[in-house]
Design a protein around this ligand. Structure first.
Ligand code: BDR
Length: 183
């Protein structure tokens, strides 16, 4: 398992059917400057891994990848996805479901994760809308900040400064020309 460090976003997913999308989302968000935790290694059998809970604890956002049938096993109290969601609820994390093609809410949702179906989330049903879904996730749902957003602000600031200097030089040039004409 990855060493615990400063993660902002926890990706929860069902291995069967959700792993590839989880990796894709992790890669996209990482490219965009977010610290994303994704457990893609096998965990040891036995009790639920407390390290995972620590990571959830330290993250602001809990992104749940709802692939087809992802929540169907959540009626099992030992199901890891269920335990992760329940913990995220208990810790009042910002829970964001991403609904993939073919996903349906199960008829019965255990009380510990009840309300999940009413959380606002992102529908990423078609592959061609995937990038748009990631942008929506970033713009509308994530509380985490990208390490690149500061760079963007600096870039904008530099551009504004440059435009202001050009305008200043232009005004100076015009005033010099006008002075020459008038006097
Ligand atoms: C789920 O359990 C954990 O291994 C991962 O965090 C993932 O959300 C997959 O079975």
């Amino acid at each position: 398992m990855e060493q615990q460090k400063d993660y902002d976003i926890f990706l929860s997913y069902r291995r069967e059917g959700g792993e590839t999308t989880a990796i894709l989302i992790r890669d996209r968000l990482t490219e965009k400057g977010y610290n994303v935790f994704l457990d893609i290694e096998n965990l040891n059998a036995g009790s639920f891994n407390t390290k995972l809970l620590d990571v959830i604890d330290n993250c602001k956002d809990f992104v749940l990848i709802c692939s087809k049938g992802a929540l169907d096993r959540c009626n099992n109290p030992d199901d890891w996805v269920r335990l992760e969601i329940a913990y995220a609820f208990a810790k009042e994390k910002n829970i964001i479901p991403i609904m993939l093609r073919g996903f349906e809410w199960p008829a019965e949702i255990p009380s510990e994760i009840a309300g999940l179906e009413y959380q606002n989330g992102v529908a990423a049903e078609k592959n061609e809308y995937f990038d748009a879904a990631i942008d929506r996730l970033i713009d509308k749902f994530l509380l985490s900040k990208s390490s690149k957003s500061g760079m963007k602000a600096v870039g904008t600031f530099v551009k504004i400064g440059l435009i202001a200097s050009i305008l200043e030089a232009l005004i100076f040039y015009i005033s010099v020309v006008l002075n020459a004409i008038v006097f």
